[in-house]
Design a protein. Sequence first.
Length: 174
Amino acid sequence: MEDKLQQFFSENEFDFKEPHIGHLERFERKLNTPKQQKKTSWKWLSVAASVVLIFGFWLGSNHQERQVDLADISPKMEEVQNYFISTIHQEIKTLEKNRSLETESIIEDALEELEELEDNYKVFVKELTKNGKHRRIISAMIKNYQRRLEILENTLKQIDKIKNPNTIQNETYI
């Protein structure tokens, strides 16, 4: 073990020189001098940033426009909207279950039409928010939902015809 230590010290160069004169005094002086208080500036900066954030959130929440939807008009309209939304979601799930190579284009066309109707519905929501609860707008919103259901039902009928080409409508087998 002693040979390894001797070899280690002989292979490596170490600084065995003494520090310059006065090194110890300079080191002690630096240790004993009080540090400058920089924390107070950080405290004020963090307080200012917090105030700006709170003001920003308050300003954003007060100026955000609340949009009115069918559900906001009356409990009956909320029931109607919930019915349409749940039925549409169920029909879309059925549509997706029937997706295949033969039905892909029909399903994509239907989904594009649904997106277009959704965009129209958003315009109706903006109108309802801006102009109030006019019967014309409410009726257009309900017709929009009805049109979406019609598209989904027609698409499902087309898919059924593709999957079962030999069955004729209203045909009864004995």
